[in-house]
Design a protein around this ligand. Structure first.
Ligand SMILES: Nc1nc2c(ncn2[C@@H]2O[C@H](COP(=O)(O)O[C@H]3[C@@H](O)[C@H](n4cnc5c(=O)[nH]c(N)nc54)O[C@@H]3COP(=O)(O)O)[C@@H](O)[C@H]2O)c(=O)[nH]1
Length: 516
């Protein structure tokens, strides 16, 4: 994908996608935030309604008892006066009346009618004989109101009992819910909940585009609803801010990606430039017979210094591999090695230089011939240049085996570098027919520690020998590590800071000079 990063259309599409994704995430998050923060408000509102409902129904119950216990003759003038007195002291009642044998006879507001009126059908009768009317047309006016009756009394509840609590963000219903009755009677509210039978899933929740909260206490139940769309539009400023923030984050992610990629691209361009100007150099790290300390080889390690800054191979080698520059880089290293070391190699025929090659070199059919040509021109024997490949390069066994064979047939020894950090087994490497392994420094560093993997090192060494593989131990830094490997028979070779850090060709050449 990185090759698309220098195309404008790709950058534009990627930026648009990231900005849109950020905006969508922002909108989604803001909606969740709005709904969950509203839950608290909704709970407060539901509790206010429930407290009021409990008060209203308790007052109705109290006054029904008072009317039924009236000390005056039924519907006498004295009783009407008594009812009016009582009504005046109530908060949520509009009338209190007297009923008998299915007829309404008189009330505080209506007075004493000449002719009793038949009672309409109630919506619910409770086990204790209470008759509940959800919203009855009143005999005394054209308006409607909830009515509760028991014995020879009934009370008309104020339809505006919840008016002062109304909140435009919510719709609600208040229901009468006597004990022992499964059905409720909807008596107040802005919600169309029907007269009876409203089912109340407990607590709070969401059904489709509606969020709700249901609460009950004593004989009262309340349901509060809010439309999600309405909540969202009421929280529009916050939603816009979070959406914009999400889009900005998406945009920032796009910018960061582009900058990172540009940085990589510029590293690629700089490396290309350094290669064309032959500004890469090579250092050599000795590989010694651990038992004697005698140098038997050296590893060539590429170096790149630019504007006073060393850029580590770990950083630019992957860039070179991705950008298709690695073959040029390897040839550049080979040229340095030959110009630095040809004479020393000629003078020390048992000494060799190890060069790191990448998968692209290994599988390049012309690489072996190109290397041979350069070695011939420099008068260096092929067997004095060993090649190090990584386990990763050998993932495709058939191709790797063929490529390794091509190079070995020209006289080069092949080593598996950083052995143990990949997934290949020694049996697999035996099949590949490599000459040796370089045990990764992470294993070496377990020697002399209590780490459990210390036990793996002798196993690796035993198995490598069983497969006829030469062994180089990397990363020997301490005398304890050296002593451990020096004691092994047959001998192993080693490399590490204890024997010498990577240094200029002069240093390694000096080490090869015969001791006077
Ligand atoms: N394809 C190519 N890869 C190359 C080339 N030159 C180097 N490399 C690879 O880059 C990786 C990093 O190399 P470098 O930073 O040079 O590090 C090497 C040594 O400095 C380091 N080392 C050696 N001894 C010790 C030690 O005792 N302790 C310790 N902590 N580090 C030590 O190890 C690196 C050499 O490792 P290896 O190659 O595995 O033997 C590295 O993977 C190089 O392979 C190149 O020209 N081409």
């Amino acid at each position: 994908m990185s090759r698309y990063f220098d195309r404008r259309w790709f950058l534009a599409i990627m930026t648009i996608v990231l900005v849109a994704a950020g905006a969508l995430c922002g909108t989604w998050i803001s909606r969740l935030v709005v709904i969950s923060s509203d839950r608290g408000q909704m709970q407060i509102f539901a509790d206010q309604l429930l407290n009021r409902a409990v008060e209203v129904f308790a007052e109705a119950d109290k006054m029904l008892a008072v009317v039924n216990a009236s000390p005056h003759p039924f519907c006498s003038d004295k009783e009407i006066m008594f009812l009016r007195d009582m009504l005046f002291g109530t908060k949520y009642l509009k009338d209190m009346g007297r009923v008998r044998d299915g007829f309404f006879h008189c009330s505080a507001v209506f007075g004493n009618g000449k002719k009793p009126m038949p009672l309409i059908k109630h919506d619910l009768e409770t086990p204790d004989g209470k008759l509940i009317y959800a919203n009855s047309r009143l005999a005394i006016s054209k308006s409607t109101a909830p009515i509760i009756g028991i014995g020879n009394a009934n009370v008309v509840l104020d339809p505006a009992a919840f008016e002062t609590l109304k909140n435009p963000a919510y719709t609600f219903g208040v229901m009468y819910n006597p004990q022992g009755v499964s059905s409720t009677v909807g008596m107040f509210g802005t919600l169309d909940i029907g007269k009876t039978g409203m089912e109340l899933p407990a607590g709070a929740g969401r059904i489709g585009d509606t969020v709700y909260r249901n609460v009950c206490r004593n004989t009262a139940c309340v349901t509060v609803h809010a439309e999600v769309g309405r909540l969202e539009s009421s929280a529009e400023p916050i939603t816009s801010i979070i959406t914009t923030f999400g889009a900005a984050l998406g945009g920032a992610a796009a910018v960061i990606l582009i900058l990172l990629q540009r940085n990589n691209l510029s590293l690629k361009a700089r490396l290309q430039h350094a290669l064309s100007q032959n500004r890469l150099t090579v250092e050599y790290q000795p590989i010694v017979d651990v038992a004697t300390g005698r140098p038997v080889a050296a590893e060539a390690l590429v170096r790149w210094r630019e504007n006073g800054e060393w850029i580590p191979p770990d950083v630019f080698i992957p860039v070179a591999e991705k950008a298709g520059l690695i073959n040029r880089l390897t040839i550049c290293v080979i040229d340095h090695v030959l110009s630095d070391m040809a004479a020393s190699l000629d003078a020390n025929p048992d000494f060799h230089i190890s060069i790191n090659i990448s998968a692209a070199d290994l599988f390049d059919r012309h690489f072996g011939a190109l290397l041979a040509l350069r070695l011939k021109e420099a008068n260096v024997a092929n067997n004095q240049i060993a090649l190090e490949i990584t386990e990763r390069s050998t993932a495709n066994a058939a191709d790797a085996k063929e490529a390794i064979e091509r190079l070995r047939s020209r006289g080069h020894k092949i080593y598996i570098d950083d052995f143990g950090t990949g997934y290949s087994s020694l049996a697999y490497l035996g099949e590949l027919n490599v000459d040796g392994i370089k045990i990764d420094k992470s294993f070496t560093q377990t020697i002399g520690t209590s780490s459990v993997s210390v036990s793996i090192v002798p196993q690796i060494i035993d198995m490598a020998r069983a497969h006829g593989l030469a062994i180089v131990v990397e990363g020997i830094e301490t005398t304890a590590q050296r002593d451990y490997f020096a004691a092994l028979k047959p001998k192993v070779d080693g490399q590490g800071w204890l024997f010498g850090r990577p240094a200029s060709a002069i240093t390694i050449k000096k080490a090869l000079e015969p001791v006077a």
